[in-house]
Design a protein around this ligand. Sequence first.
Ligand code: ZN
Length: 270
Amino acid sequence: MIYIRKRRTPAEIEEKAEKIKKTPGSTYEKLSLPEDTNQLRTLFDQMPKDEIRENLYKEQHGLCAYCMRRITDQRSDTKIEHYKALSTNKETALDYQNYLGVCYGGEKEKFEKTDEENHKNTGCMCCDASRGEQELTINPWNRRQMEAIGYYKKSGEIFVRSNVGLGTELVNAMQKDIDDVLHLNGEKDLDGKIKWDTRSKLVASRRSVCDSVCSQFDRWGNKGVLTADFLQDKIDKLESQLQGNNIADEYIGVRLYLYKRKAEKLRKQR
Ligand SMILES: [Zn+2]
């Protein structure tokens, strides 16, 4: 997960939301949750979704807000997620400020029938497909939270760092969202070890980024160029992918995290 800088609601989207609310017979004012969830969803379906998706795609640099897999501005690749669930939050149901662009979380991956029967070969759903309507503590618009996200180099597992001042309660709540609600680490056994990956192969994909970074470090180390300044230059280049409307590499947060930790270490050694 990486920090997402939420942009201002585009005027056309805001106007459309107001129009939907005020249209005579829209019943928005009278809706009460959770019993009128379906009616509220019908109003949400009148929102200009292509435009919303295009704006989310740009502000998130082409990455799923939860897992950093590729999303696009197309409906077939990207869902519009209500950060505050629609079934419990009427005020934010038609509000662009409550929207995230997310992947299909494995709903579209195709498997052999025999694999389906052997659940363990196909893995679990992730992101919105796994979350459903559950409330979240972890929040990609919260910079402090996102700066506390880390990755284990060997396993590719995503975790919340406990030593960056967030407090135990928050760290635990965020980790629970990662593991049990969004399933970004696949399925874990009772000892907390990863039993199998997600359908979307998140753990394996992050691990392959980790492997690629480790061999880069070896290569740069052997050439004698691996210094904090050298890495800072690489970090700046990666971070420029997260500027303007640029589209970033999938799982960019993993590489950035490993570069930053290594640069810190090298600085301390100096
Ligand atoms: Zn995702």
